[in-house]
Write a protein that binds this ligand. Structure first.
Ligand code: ATP
Length: 201
């Protein structure tokens, strides 16, 4: 089996996440796709993060009608720090015979050298499904100089370009700009019902 791992803060989950996941599922020929909610992302130390229980409820709402997607609590069930390397190692123990494909946006790919033990992380994954977030050019040869072995494992996931981000959604809610059609209806309803993100990012 080919198992996709889609880690994120999902604060809140938005249509960019769903489209990335759906395209990766199709183009990387995945059999399962695990959405791994990160309780306290190590790479976002300065960001005010919405409580885990709220983000978990938002992610449940987002995935409620998508049987091909599963919510994994692998990072919720273990103490911090929640490095992606450890997430993959735990999933590897659970799925020893399967291929593990880690999904990310191109912004994350370009930042990969700042992640915890990036070379071990690259070795631990069988492949990377990378969606371009903007029309930026990605120089794989340059990435390989910094992180040898990376480029051979990257599979670009083609999708229509989407500028949606959780930061932008939070900012829009904070300034009363429309967000409804950037979100899954269940997520939008929950945000409205609970009055989330009214103070912005
Ligand atoms: P924030 O704006 O708070 O940093 P985010 O929108 O980037 O959040 P995350 O939960 O941090 O959301 O993202 C999880 C993964 O989804 C990351 O790998 C990120 O690159 C990717 N991603 C998020 N939005 C998009 C998008 N519009 N297109 C492609 N990839 C995306």
């Amino acid at each position: 089996m080919r198992i996709g791992i889609f880690g994120g803060t999902f604060d809140p989950p938005h249509l960019g996440h769903l489209i990335l996941a759906a395209e990766a599922y199709h183009q990387c020929r995945l059999d399962r796709l695990l959405w791994v909610l990160t309780p306290d992302p190590p790479h976002k130390p300065d960001q005010k993060i919405t409580p885990l229980a709220t983000r978990l409820a938002l992610l449940h709402a987002c995935l409620a009608d998508a049987p091909e997607f599963e919510l994994s609590t692998v990072d919720i069930d273990r103490p911090p720090p929640h490095f992606a390397l450890d997430t993959v190692r735990i999933l590897r123990e659970q799925y020893p015979k399967d291929e593990l494909i880690y999904l990310m946006g191109s912004d994350s790919l370009l930042n990969l050298h700042t992640w915890h033990r990036p070379l071990d992380f690259i070795r631990a994954c069988d492949g990377f499904g990378v969606t371009r977030r903007s029309d930026e050019h990605i120089d794989l040869a340059a990435l390989d100089v910094r992180l040898p072995g990376l480029s051979g494992k990257v599979h670009f996931v083609i999708s229509m370009i989407l500028g949606i981000s959780s930061t932008e959604i939070r900012a829009r809610i904070g300034s009363s700009a429309p967000v409804r059609y950037y979100l899954h209806p269940g997520v939008y309803q929950l945000i409205r019902a609970q009055g989330l993100y009214r103070s912005g990012p």
